[in-house]
Design a protein around this ligand. Structure first.
Ligand SMILES: Nc1ncnc2c1ncn2[C@@H]1O[C@H](COP(=O)(O)OP(=O)(O)O)[C@@H](O)[C@H]1O
Ligand SMILES: O=P(O)(O)OC[C@H](O)CO
Length: 511
């Protein structure tokens, strides 16, 4: 039920994440009224391959939306708009006549398109499309995944060219289904999600015809690119029947929005399955020379787009999941903190979780995970510490690159996401960055950002200043590590990173 102090109307946000889908209902002060969440299956058909069942995801989305509305004790009439946020890059093709996916979704972590990306960059290099898209050629992004599906699902290319097949990242899939599916569902994506496909021209905010041709992707499959905050359509059927669907943002951009990083130079880092730091760079895209991505931060209606620099880390929370599910060393994600706290340091062990290669700032698809520095002394508790330190060191590498690219020195880092409930990790982060780490009252900034954008689109909130007023600090960690220790440890980490590179070669090919 809604608490006694909370009165409607409300905004609902759907976060279709890598690990789970959730729906949160927010009130006008940006406070959480109710939450419902459901995990979905992670499918690993081969080393390096990661898939999701998009039908399961859509069923879960419907379930959590109903759950959140029931828990809030409200009806569709109390909800002014629905916002969508999603795991980015995860790629789906479906039949527009039946609504059936033609294959499992290929998840952003999936590395099966490595060879294809190398091929596309042959003789010209991995930065072939960087000027247009802000991205290096890498298996992380959606475009090569679309190409893989068109090449590998029998008969699909012909169906796509006939106009029977739709492509979408999870925002498009959720919005299409929410607005009626085969019965008039709208096929759209927003500029932030489109900026992760390697197919959108960052300067024109449109699909790039030359790149589509190079990647052999028919334009007929593509959704229309819209802003992040506008009404795309209304929900058809379900508990939110008739409610405007009024925002879409990739989850990391939604977190930037939810953390109210509306001014140039403001940055946040989100600690979930992976970790993603984004810095608002204003109305002009900033090129990166240090391994970061240039991406769209958000676009509100017909206002000018706001750009961001991004440092993406593929494996952080998923390393904790791996310790729990694959290794059985902990029973719950939270237990990693207790285990790590049972020892004073990493015992000399450094864990580089290059499970999907290394993302920023290296973009090395030939890297694979290593634990360096092992001796008989090392226990599972030391490994637990090395797991948490890996997240903190990877963040340090990103902040160093951000400073080089933007010229902005980090004075404090705004954080959010599931891993920020780990106090030891947050302290380690402050120590390794040598800067304060600050967490807001509403740690669910991803959903909050989607709710804010939807609320702006329907006039629920007047402007971004009204949103800023809602941001409140809940916790802060300040650095305690001496500079010598930090520098020594950083060198060891960088040495371990070097050892993860070049593992994949002809002898160890994964296909
Ligand atoms: N106390 C904790 N310590 C370390 N990692 C945690 C903790 N709690 C959750 N996690 C990790 O955080 C991730 C979930 O965070 P969340 O923000 O919900 O992720 P996502 O949005 O990517 O699904 C999981 O990968 C989980 O292993
Ligand atoms: O679902 P998350 O929170 O792990 O975010 C995934 C990112 O959007 C991938 O780019």
């Amino acid at each position: 039920m809604t608490d006694a102090h909370t009165t409607g109307p409300f905004i609902a946000a759907i976060d279709q994440g890598t690990t789970s889908s959730r729906c949160i209902v927010f009130d006008k002060d940006g406070r959480i009224v109710s939450v419902d969440q459901k995990e979905h299956e992670q499918i690993f058909p081969k080393p390096g391959w990661v898939e999701h069942d998009a039908t399961e995801i859509w069923e879960n989305v419907q379930e959590v939306v109903a759950g959140a509305i029931v828990k809030a004790g409200i009806t569709a009439a109390d909800v002014k708009a629905i916002g969508i946020t999603n795991q980015r890059e995860t790629t789906l093709l479906w039949d527009k006549n039946t609504g059936e996916p033609v294959h499992n979704a290929l998840v952003w972590q999936d590395t099966r398109t490595d060879g294809l990306c190398k091929e596309l960059g042959r003789n010209v290099g991995q930065d072939r499309f960087r000027r247009e898209t802000g991205l290096p050629l890498a298996s992380y992004f959606a475009g090569p995944k679309v190409r893989w599906l068109l090449d590998n699902v029998e008969g699909l290319r012909e169906r796509a060219e006939r106009g029977d097949i739709l492509f979408g990242t999870m925002d498009s899939w959720v919005i299409w289904n929410l607005t009626g599916g085969t019965d008039g569902g709208v096929h759209v994506t927003d500029v932030t999600n489109a900026s992760r496909t390697l197919l959108m021209n960052l300067h024109e905010m449109q699909w790039d015809a030359r790149i589509l041709q190079s990647m052999e992707i028919p334009a007929a499959v593509l959704p229309e690119i819209r802003s992040s905050a506008e009404v795309y359509g209304t929900a058809k059927g379900g508990v939110l029947d008739g409610v405007p669907v009024a925002s879409a943002l990739g989850d990391q951009q939604a977190a930037l929005f939810g953390q109210t990083c509306f001014s140039e130079g403001e940055a946040k880092s989100t600690y979930g399955t992976g970790t993603f730091m984004l810095m608002n760079t204003g109305e002009t895209p900033v090129n990166s020379y240090n391994g970061l991505l240039t991406t769209v931060g958000y676009r509100i209606g017909d206002q000018k787009p706001v750009y961001a620099l991004e440092g993406s880390i593929a494996v952080t929370g998923s390393l904790v999941q791996w310790m729990r599910d694959q290794m059985g060393l902990i029973k719950s994600a939270a237990e990693i903190e207790t285990l790590a706290l049972s020892v004073e340091d990493n015992g000399g062990a450094y864990f580089v979780p290059a499970f999907s290669g290394l993302f920023a700032p290296y973009w090395r698809s030939d890297a694979r995970g290593v634990i360096a520095g092992l001796t008989r002394y090392v226990t599972k508790a030391h490994i637990a510490r090395a797991v948490l330190e890996a997240t903190a060191w990877q963040t340090r590498e990103i902040t160093d690159a951000m400073t080089k690219d933007s010229g902005v020195e980090l004075t404090a880092l705004k954080v959010d996401g599931g891993m920020t409930s780990n106090n030891l990790l947050m302290q380690t982060l402050a120590d390794f960055l040598d800067a304060p780490v600050v967490r807001p009252m509403v740690a669910e900034t991803t959903c909050l950002g989607a709710a804010y954008a939807a609320g702006l689109a329907v006039g629920f909130w007047p402007d971004t200043d009204a949103l800023r007023a809602n941001w409140r600090r809940a916790a802060e960690w300040t650095p305690r590590m001496d500079a010598d220790t930090r520098d020594r440890e950083y060198k060891s980490w960088l040495k371990a990173v070097e050892r993860s590179m070049g593992w994949l070669d002809d002898n160890t090919a994964e296909e």
